[in-house]
Design a protein around this ligand. Structure first.
Ligand code: N01
Length: 546
């Protein structure tokens, strides 16, 4: 607890991952504001502080998974892997925190429990679990999109006598798998990254799979030094290009339809990009695999054929084939030796789509067909209450005590994913209905941080105390987000993008699928038009921006 008297800040920032760290730097160092960051972890890093599971690394290549705001930082940091592994990303973020003296603005081990807008003072009243009670003109959420883990409600977990962990809350001291029988539940990004590593370390691994997945090999390795040299010579240009693409990667996007080339040519393209690895397959193959079902079928079938070739046992291969949703309708997965892992003698695959886990017993798991699986350790790679769950963990109330949970009970409603009407002076970094999780996150985070800090600077220059999203601008934005989503494959799968993984959550597509480039242009146009779509006021007089 820092203080029992009420302290006032110009801004409170919630979270000290990529987003909160950069927001602090911009508001404190560039705008000279008095800023307090609250962070629930004992260190910086957010996602990368918590996700220490075996095999954790980012699917963005390391040279683009970084801050771009400082040329010296870009030049001096050297990644060792083609893809950055969790310990290295965390070292990088600690380096950034040291280099820019960010820790002095962050209170660690502190969760914000409430943020309530005070209609009388026009300020936010903020409370933490450490007893802090402060006021702030602005509240900025930097809480991450995927930070509230979900553990399925399976009866009997309390009775389990072994250890169990969720991938997103992994013990800092690690987990010993040697000589252990392990269950992994879930085959999303976290599952498919950890399964090959746990298989190598444990005595026996049983994978409990509900939905078979498409995944593309990462083709991970060390950084190609010649490539890195070239990148460093052109870093600014490469990163600027990335900002204007669909997903924030400086990759060549194809303009060719999968349906306008011969079968041989298509096969050759898919093979080449499979060997190249990672998101190149999805972003660089054909322009319409994310929007046209027939085009998509060609990519989906190519991957199914790969699974049949890699997995030796035909029955296991059959169980691994994704058939109920098209490729890229769920988050595209990038793996290292995932399908090969099922050729190991110590690995079994259990289909829990047809025979769900009915109970966790003191010694293991029992499925609906009566099978018992004795295990020492259970790993829940079962995902997150994404995009909105972390907001709802905080008691956020706007004008007239209106609860955010209540406003968003039918799904999130925002203007640009940055603000939500009736919650004045609250900004969200990579909030729902912005590109966020459909992009290379640092690109979207930097765009929001810079846009929000420019906006706050504008408000200060114009002596405007209070700003709020215009409800009609918000309705129009929500409609636009939904219209774009309807043109994609995303609506054809039960994914966390749609909230489908959380029982009772409204089925609403939450990120913005229009691309980071067009989104940036729209945000810049709005700024150039004196922040149209926002209502601005000094203490008394509301003014609708043109
Ligand atoms: O979570 P997920 P994640 N009973 O929701 C299954 C980012 N990320 O932690 O598909 C049984 O994707 C669920 O099954 P189904 C990335 O954006 C990035 O893996 O719903 N099974 C699924 O198999 C990613 O998308 C990186 O049928 C249940 C799995 O658990 C996001 O985080 C690395 C179940 C959950 O998959 C989340 O990934 C890691 C139940 N009740 C994460 N509930 C990189 O960049 C869920 N499942 C590398």
């Amino acid at each position: 607890m820092s203080d029992t008297t009420t302290t006032h800040y110009d801004a409170v920032v919630i979270g000290a991952g990529f987003a909160g760290m950069y927001m602090l730097k911009r508001l404190r160092d560039d705008l000279g504001m008095n800023v307090q960051v609250y962070e629930r972890g004992s260190g910086v890093g957010g996602t990368w502080f918590w996700n220490r599971y075996p095999g954790a690394r980012c699917d963005s290549e390391s040279y683009v998974y970084c801050f771009s705001f400082d040329d010296d930082l870009l030049q001096e940091w050297n990644w060792s892997g083609k893809y950055p592994e969790q310990p290295e990303i965390l070292s990088y973020l600690n380096h950034v925190a040291d280099r820019f003296d960010l820790r002095s603005g962050i209170q660690f081990n502190t969760s914000v429990t409430a943020a309530r807008f005070n209609d009388d003072s026009g300020l936010w009243d903020v409370e933490t679990d450490q007893g802090d009670q402060v006021t702030a003109q602005y509240v900025v959420t930097a809480i991450g999109c995927i930070s509230t883990g979900q553990i399925p409600q399976i009866p009997g977990l309390d009775s389990f006598e072994g250890e169990w962990h969720h991938t997103g809350a992994w013990p800092h001291e690690g987990v010993e798998f040697e000589g252990k029988r392990v269950a992994v539940i879930g085959t999303g990004s976290s599952g498919i990254q950890s399964i090959p590593v746990i298989a190598r370390e444990s005595e026996h691994l049983t994978v409990f799979q509900r939905t078979p997945q498409y995944t593309i090999p990462a083709q991970h390795g060390t950084v190609d030094q010649a490539f890195l040299k070239e990148v460093k010579a052109n870093y600014r240009q490469i990163l600027d290009e990335a900002r204007h693409t669909a997903a924030g990667f400086p990759y060549d996007a194809s303009e060719t339809s999968a349906l306008e080339v011969s079968d041989e040519e298509r096969q050759e393209t898919y093979e080449r990009l499979w060997e190249k690895g990672g998101f190149h397959f999805m972003l660089g193959s054909y322009s319409d695999i994310a929007t046209d079902r027939r085009a998509n079928d060609t990519a989906s079938e190519f991957i199914r054929q790969k699974i049949r070739e890699i997995v030796n046992d035909p029955e296991t291969a059959e169980r691994l084939l994704p058939r109920d949703h098209p490729f890229s309708s769920k988050r595209a997965l990038i793996d290292t030796n995932y399908f090969d892992t099922y050729n190991r003698d110590n690995v079994d695959l259990v289909d829990i789509r047809h025979f769900p886990i009915e109970e966790i017993t003191p010694t293991g798991l029992r499925t609906a067909d009566g099978q018992e699986y004795e295990v020492d350790t259970i790993v829940f790679a079962t995902g997150y209450d994404a995009m909105t769950g972390t907001f709802f963990n905080i008691d956020i109330a706007g004008r007239n005590g209106r609860q955010l949970r209540e406003k968003w009970s039918g799904g999130p409603s925002t203007y640009l994913g940055v603000a939500t009407a009736d919650f004045p002076n609250m900004f969200m970094i990579t909030g729902p209905q912005s590109p966020s999780v459909l992009s290379n996150m640092p690109v979207s985070i930097e765009q929001h941080v810079e846009w929000i800090s420019d906006f706050i600077e504008y408000l200060r220059e114009h002596a405007i105390d209070v700003v709020d999203a215009d409800p009609q601008a918000e309705v129009d934005w929500v409609q636009h987000v939904s219209d774009i989503a309807d043109q994609t494959m995303y609506m054809l799968a039960d994914s966390w993008y749609l909230g489908a993984n959380i029982p009772g959550k409204p089925r609403v597509f939450m990120p913005y699928a229009g691309g980071v480039g067009p989104y940036r242009e729209r945000c810049d146009e709005i700024a150039a038009n004196s922040y149209e779509g926002f209502v601005m006021s000094d203490a008394q007089e509301p003014v609708l921006a043109d």
